[in-house]
Design a protein around this ligand. Structure first.
Ligand SMILES: [Zn+2]
Ligand SMILES: [Zn+2]
Length: 244
């Protein structure tokens, strides 16, 4: 997994000679020094990226849940938007902090964390250590329960899922795939043919047709979301937008 044992001094990571603050979407400036010792999620994202837009409501929900538990936690939006107005529009939906649009630190962070596609969420622990670059995957799989994203914690969650999976039926018939039964299958990652979103680990799967349903989608109804084309210069596979 992409866990690195690299520690960062948050102040030098997030501020520059000209700027020692981050912003809120009402324009308020928040000193970077206030973030030291917290769990930080660097959220690399942009409005033109459909998977970013699809992930945002989940991240917002998880954010509020994590904060409501009193956890020392903050998300910082690192924007790949193309201009100030789309940044403003996208950021207006977010309840957390952001690096100002066009800030030179963005390129440095991209390079430091080897950001190859968005959305990417990098979790940094209270000591400044990078915990994981795969926080988005863990949030998709577990929601707010993924916090604080440490290997040990995720292992515990995984064990709980395994216990739960034993209670699921081995096969289901589902109206979205009436031609075959769907078999409870351990997969790596997949795209759910029910809700269109990504999934990890367990799926109700038809191997013959390569048809997947999240357990939650197979065992009960769920709302539908669509996918769109990505921005020029990027390839969007419905799950992530990568530089072409
Ligand atoms: Zn689904
Ligand atoms: Zn089938």
């Amino acid at each position: 997994m992409a866990t690195e044992d690299v520690s960062h001094d948050l102040s030098s990571l997030l501020s520059s000679e000209e700027r020692d603050f981050l912003i809120r979407n009402n324009g308020d400036q928040v000193p970077v020094s206030g973030l030291v010792g917290k769990n930080i999620l660097l959220y690399f994202s942009a409005q033109w990226c459909p998977p970013c837009r699809a992930f945002l409501p989940k991240l917002i929900e998880a954010y509020h849940t994590i904060k409501a538990k009193g956890s020392a936690f903050e998300v910082i939006f690192i924007s790949s938007d193309r201009d100030q107005s789309t940044f403003d529009e996208f950021y207006s939906e977010m309840p957390w902090l952001a690096l100002p649009f066009g800030d030179g630190m963005k390129q440095i962070l991209d390079k430091k964390f080897k950001i190859e596609g968005i959305p990417t969420a990098v979790a940094i622990g209270p000591s400044g250590r990078t915990i994981t670059k795969e926080a988005r995957m863990h949030l998709t799989a577990y929601g707010a329960d993924a916090f604080p994203f440490t290997e040990e914690h995720l292992k515990k969650l995984e064990e709980e899922i395994e216990k739960k999976a034993k209670g699921w039926p081995e096969k289901v018939k589902h109206e979205l795939h009436s031609e075959h039964e769907l078999i409870r299958t351990k997969r790596s990652s997949y795209n759910c043919d029910g809700c269109g979103e990504s999934g990890y680990s367990w799926s109700f799967y038809c191997k013959e047709c390569d048809f997947d349903l999240h357990p939650k989608c197979a065992l009960k109804e769920d709302e539908d979301t669509g996918t769109e084309k990505g921005k020029e210069g990027f390839i969007c596979d419905g799950d992530v937008c990568r530089k072409a």
